[in-house]
Design a binder for this molecule. Structure first.
Ligand code: 5GP
Ligand code: ZN
Length: 139
């Protein structure tokens, strides 16, 4: 069901204009209006779901496959040197539009983007403790 208050539902419906670049039965891809690099686009399912927690398997599969198709196309047409696929789930993870989407960000050798964290070795005991919790072995 489309959410009448959702920006991306309105883009899918065509009531808010966008630079659409690809679509299929389940997904639409369009240009991001605040591009991180030249060519930055978003792939969304046609059906509304808020985020990664909520989206169903079929729409998730269709959206990631569409993102792969667009990534290959960007490598060809834009001569991108690499691609970042980014999904933000929840406000704490930078999500600002609550209709599931995958950012397809073409990367160029000389672009200015930086990793959003500084890689540094973690505490091995803490890593092992968290792994134990995630395996469900903490009682
Ligand atoms: P998020 O922050 O939720 O991961 O990503 C939302 C993205 O939507 C942002 O990159 C933002 O630039 C983009 N965006 C916000 N409003 C519009 C709009 O009206 N049209 C388009 N094409 N993109 C939008
Ligand atoms: Zn929506």
């Amino acid at each position: 069901m489309a959410d009448p208050d959702c920006l991306f539902c309105s883009i899918v419906a065509g009531t808010i204009p966008s630079e659409t670049i690809d679509s299929d039965a389940r997904t639409v891809a369009f240009m991001d209006i605040n591009p991180a690099t030249p060519g930055h686009a978003l792939v969304v399912p046609r059906e509304h779901s808020a985020d990664l927690m909520e989206i169903g398997a079929e729409d998730l599969t269709a959206t990631i496959l569409a993102a792969q198709r667009l990534s290959r196309h960007m490598k060809d047409v834009l001569e991108a040197d690499g691609i970042n696929l980014i999904n933000s789930c929840g406000a704490a993870a930078w999500q600002t539009v609550f209709h599931f989407h995958i950012h397809v960000v073409p990367r160029y050798e000389d672009d200015p983007l930086k990793l959003p964290w500084v890689p540094a070795p973690g505490d091995p005991e803490e890593i092992a403790r968290i792994a134990t919790r995630l395996r469900g072995e903490d009682g």
